[in-house]
Design a protein around this ligand. Structure first.
Ligand code: SF4
Length: 153
C-alpha cells in the first residue's frame, strides 16, 4: 500500500503534468500553432536540451544519437530533412514529452535586452502571452542550460 507521502507526491505529479499540458497559456500556444498550421520553429531547429529533456525522450525508446547534436558543451535537437527529427511534416510526434524549450517557445531569453521576450522569428508571437509563470520558467530554463553547459566544458 502507498504511504501518505507517496500519495501526496503522486498527486503533485498528476497536477503538475496536467498543468504542464493544459494551462491556459500552453493551450493558447497549441491553438495558435494549430490554427495557423505553423511549424516554423520546428524547421532547422537549434533548440537546446536539458539533461532531463534527454532522459525523458530516451524513456520513450529513442537513442541519444538519434535526436541530440553536441557542440561546445551544448546539446541540441537534431534536424533531419530540414526539420526537427521528431516532426513528421505535419506534427510533433513527441508533443506531450517535448523539451521544455519547445514547450515555452516563443518565449525566449533575449541576451541583448537582458529579459524574456516573444521571439521575433515566430510570425504569430502576438497571439502569445508572457505571464509571470512563463517568465520564471524561461529564466529557470536558461540558468539550468547554462549550468549544465559549463559542467560539460
Ligand atoms: S513559430 Fe510560433 S506559431 Fe509557429 S509553430 Fe512555432 S510557436 Fe507556433
Amino acid at each position: 500500500m502507498l504511504r501518505d507521502s507517496a500519495v501526496l507526491r503522486l498527486c503533485v505529479l498528476i497536477v503538475e503534468t496536467y498543468w504542464r499540458n493544459n494551462s491556459p497559456v500552453v493551450c493558447a500556444m497549441k491553438n495558435s500553432c494549430l490554427r495557423y498550421g505553423c511549424i516554423k520553429c520546428c524547421l532547422n531547429t537549434k533548440m537546446p536540451l536539458r539533461t532531463s529533456d534527454i532522459e525523458e525522450i530516451r524513456g520513450l525508446g529513442f537513442t541519444e544519437d538519434f535526436f541530440v547534436t553536441r557542440r561546445d558543451g551544448e546539446l541540441r535537437l537534431r534536424n533531419l530533412n530540414g526539420r526537427c527529427v521528431f516532426h513528421n511534416g505535419e506534427r510533433c510526434t513527441i508533443y506531450n514529452d517535448r523539451p521544455e524549450g519547445c514547450r515555452l517557445y516563443p518565449a525566449v531569453f533575449d541576451e541583448d535586452k537582458g529579459r524574456v521576450v516573444l521571439h521575433a522569428y515566430c510570425p504569430h508571437r502576438k497571439k502569445f502571452q508572457l505571464t509571470p509563470t512563463i517568465l520564471c520558467e524561461v529564466v529557470k530554463l536558461v540558468r539550468k542550460l547554462d549550468a549544465e553547459r559549463k559542467r560539460r566544458l
